[in-house]
Design a protein around this ligand. Sequence first.
Ligand code: IMP
Length: 179
Amino acid sequence: MDTIRIKDKTFAVSIPEADIQREVARVANEINRDLDGQNPLFVSVLNGAFMFTADLMKHITIPCEISFVKLVSYAGTSSTGIVKEVIGLNEDIEGRTVVITEDIVDTGLTMQRLIADLEKHRPRAIHIASLLVKPGKLEVPLDIRYVAMNIPNDFIVGYGLDYDGWGRNYRDIYTVCNE
Ligand code: IMP
């Protein structure tokens, strides 16, 4: 399928499955090399990261644990107008090496908030592994240690990413077409 239609928009394939899989395996190998001996805890951010996390974990060969969190947004009083609360982390992360697995870092505000919350529990280190980064949209300084691919600012779907809840199921990544 070269193009897909979701609601009012058409999307065209921009990153084929084979390219995604190659880069995910590369990131996993970097993590295997860098974090050997640290027994990391992977923290996957639902919903978007479910596919990336599953494929990444199939290539992780060092001892590790995995957990899943969700970020719930509220209308609030922060500068962005949105406050996100982390729910679902039951593990004690004090002294642990944590690897956050995320689908995409856009402005970086979500990741900044998640890291601030996790740091309260005094982990040894927190690393970010993001499938995608839009460097042109980053608004906050973030040290993203593991990146599968940098992409332009366009809106994308597929491989876990959605448009209004739809499109997460595709194995390729699609970019919205200008209509
Ligand atoms: P940030 O807080 O601006 O970095 O936003 C990150 C979140 O926005 C991601 O976890 C996605 O859920 C969503 N997001 C950002 N860009 C896209 C996109 O192009 N397609 C689908 N979701 C996106």
